[in-house]
Write a protein that binds this ligand. Structure first.
Ligand SMILES: CC(C)(COP(=O)(O)OP(=O)(O)OC[C@H]1O[C@@H](n2cnc3c(N)ncnc32)[C@H](O)[C@@H]1OP(=O)(O)O)[C@@H](O)C(=O)NCCC(=O)NCCS
Length: 152
């Protein structure tokens, strides 16, 4: 990333949904809907959806559930324009930091086993493969790898 670029993380709000949906459609073959994101923001008390900005421009988002002593990253994406600039890393650092504040013990996520970039990113943060869900992804019938990290 160029020196001086400023990555910030803030809560996602309803005004972000249009941008999130545009990005979601670019990133995933089976995108979440606007209602889904709205529900995460308004109704799901376990959910903390976030937006990452680069120099105040929206660049990525993530949705994480914090339940009992576990967190689960249920959605994370960076707009293609902003990839390999550590936006994804910044969101994961933020999520794990929140987890520590809430005395979370375990972090989980599921990822398409062909998504080598994302798997590499999660491994860098100490997530390890603990299982597989066969034919998890409707559109491409890919298998999902379940990854887990113990928070210290
Ligand atoms: C996966 C994703 C969130 C990564 O976001 P990002 O901001 O580009 O990631 P970062 O810049 O923080 O990457 C950090 C490190 O992860 C690894 N990595 C990330 N993307 C990679 C890729 N496409 N190929 C190989 N390694 C990759 C690299 O080690 C990278 O470090 P480097 O750039 O110094 O080599 C982004 O590619 C994305 O939105 N993909 C589409 C949606 C998706 O697959 N989401 C995950 C669903 S589980």
């Amino acid at each position: 990333m160029e020196p001086g670029k400023d990555i910030s993380i803030r809560p996602m709000n309803l005004e972000d949904i249009n941008w999130v949906l545009e990005t979601e459609k670019i990133c995933f073959p089976d995108p979440w809907t606007g209602e889904h994101f709205k529900s995460e923001i308004v109704h799901n008390n376990f959910s903390e959806p976030i937006i990452a900005t680069l120099d105040n421009e929206k660049a990525g988002y993530a949705v994480t559930w914090f339940i009992a002593d576990e967190l689960q990253i249920t959605n994370i994406a960076v707009h293609p324009k902003f990839r390999r600039m550590k936006i994804g890393s910044s969101m994961i650092s933020h999520i794990l930091g929140e987890g520590k504040k809430k005395t979370i013990k375990f972090g989980y996520l599921e990822v398409d086993n062909n998504n080598y970039g994302a798997i590499g990113l999660y491994r860098e943060f100490g997530f390890r493969e603990i299982g597989m869900r066969k034919n998890y992804y409707r559109e491409n019938s890919g298998d999902a790898v379940i990854m887990m990290k113990e928070l210290d």
